[in-house]
Design a protein around this ligand. Structure first.
Ligand SMILES: Cc1ncc(COP(=O)(O)O)c(C=O)c1O
Length: 461
């Protein structure tokens, strides 16, 4: 049997991408204040900013879209959506939302208040912001191994269960309205959580009568890592593994823009009837009626098909292998990455890559800017710019959109990263010139430090 793992699809429709010159990119970067979020997408050659909502839908999803029932209430597309999700997730209430953060806002508004503490392996930026918006504190409790980029460990997304127990003992059970587990752990390097850890965290939660919720964005990739790496799961299907994982929790938030294989959408699930009622009331206020929740009927159909496709083994084998291909090819040449490569992304360790740049000069943002300059590649900083002083690492995430790029695109990315690695000592740090009060990385403005020093000198003269 041939060993080459190929893309398990044929391409039926193509979208052209555009080359720019280095001189053009220098100007474009200046105009974007060195913040890649502020670049026009058409000036990006390979867009690895995010795997969120950027995937290619299948022929089955497009066909389902034509079946979308756009009725305001009682749409049959909602029934398809709910049935498909319930089959995998198993929760009693399925509440559609326009994307993951809307599910988070509703969940935390209903469950949290000022002074509360929400533990998670690692909160994603919108999750942290939505917890903090209610006045509660978001605490990251990933295992110590998860904070060491170079260390190879099969489940670096696991939660430190002793730290969870200690936190509950210190603040008191009544201050912890819920515990969350993010599968896979995006901000911690796209690393999976083991079933053993899910079971342990669930047991602690049950013991203290604290509900356990999953941030389920990449549940299918997490399930496949369990199949590959955890004893006893080799012969289970990704769907069976996902079903077992969710059975240990009480609900979830989900961005269907990831393992929902859709371009928009999300949902909130719970087994709690009272909470579901409050959540639906809030939903009606800002998102829409509970059978559409801010989505079109056609979006519900795309998600109903997408969550099932995300669990197909051929797809997951290719998905995990292509991410590992990128990570392994650059790591073999000495490029420091979070090891092992994650499910949806490869994370460059910017602190090690640019060890000459002080942390307050944003080595991650500086590296991301350089990758754009060198080869028109867009990535994202996950570090001090995104999380401020709370950042435990400075990473540059190269997130791979689902079913979008082929192996030759990835070979090109490898080549560009290796070029930047060769000239790393010449790369300068960045200085903030504007920041918003929260989620500052989306709109931050920066400039190279040397330029900033010069400008200050001119100001003083
Ligand atoms: C782990 C995690 N949680 C939540 C979200 C928020 O989802 P959305 O972008 O759909 O609001 C994301 C998005 O990237 C994520 O990666």
């Amino acid at each position: 049997m041939a060993r080459t793992i190929i893309e398990p699809f044929r391409i039926k429709s193509v979208e052209p991408i555009r080359w720019t010159t280095r001189t053009e990119r220098e100007e474009l970067l200046r105009q974007a204040y060195y913040n890649l979020f502020l670049l026009p997408a058409e000036d990006v050659l390979i867009d690895l900013l995010t795997d969120s909502g950027t995937g290619a839908m299948s022929t089955h999803q497009w066909a389902a879209i034509m079946e979308g029932d756009e009725s305001y209430a009682g749409s049959k597309s909602y029934d398809h959506f709910r049935d498909s999700i319930q089959e995998i997730f198993g929760y009693r209430h399925v509440i559609p939302t326009h994307q993951g953060r809307a599910a988070e806002r509703i969940l935390f508004s209903v469950m949290c208040k000022k002074g509360d503490v929400v533990p998670n392996n690692t909160h994603f930026d919108t999750t942290r912001a939505n917890v903090e918006f209610t006045g509660a504190e978001a605490v990251d409790l990933v295992i110590p191994e998860g904070k060491r980029p170079e260390l190879v460990h099969p489940f670096k997304g696991d939660m430190d269960v002793d730290a969870l127990e200690a936190l509950i003992a210190r603040v008191g059970r009544e201050k912890v309205p819920l515990v969350m587990l993010t599968v896979t752990n995006n901000s911690g390097g796209g690393q999976p959580v083991s079933m053993a850890n899910v079971r342990l965290v669930s047991a602690v939660c049950r013991h203290h009568r604290i509900p356990l919720y999953f941030d389920a964005c990449r549940f299918a990739e997490n399930a496949y890592f369990i199949k590959l790496r955890e004893k006893g799961y080799e012969n289970k299907t990704p769907k069976q593994i996902a079903q077992e994982m969710f059975s240990y929790g009480d609900g979830c938030t989900m961005s269907a823009k990831k393992d929902g294989m859709a371009n928009i959408g999300g949902f909130l699930c719970t087994n709690d009837d009272m909470l579901a009622q409050q959540e639906k009331n809030l939903l009606i206020l800002t998102e829409g009626y509970p059978t559409y929740g801010g989505l079109a009927g056609r979006d519900l159909e795309a998600i109903a098909v997408g969550v099932q496709e995300a669990l197909e083994e051929d797809y997951l084998r290719y998905r995990i292998a292509s991410t590992a291909y990128l990570g392994n090819h650059i790591a073999q040449q000495g490029v420091p990455i979070v090891q092992p490569p994650g499910g949806h992304a490869v994370y460059l360790d910017a602190r090690a890559f640019l060890s000459h740049i002080p942390l307050d000069q944003f080595p991650g943002a500086a590296l991301a800017a350089e990758l754009y300059l060198e080869g028109g590649i867009r990535s994202v900083e996950i570090g001090r710019l995104m999380f401020g002083a709370a950042a435990q690492m400075d990473l540059v995430r190269l997130a791979i959109p689902r079913r979008v790029y082929t192996q030759s695109h990835i070979d090109y990315v490898v080549e560009v990263i290796l070029e930047v690695w060769k000239k790393r000592e010449k790369i300068q740090g960045l200085k903030l010139t504007y920041e918003a009060p929260f989620l500052r990385h989306f709109t931050a403005r920066m400039e190279p430090v040397e330029q900033a020093v010069l400008a200050n000198l001119v100001d003083r003269e």
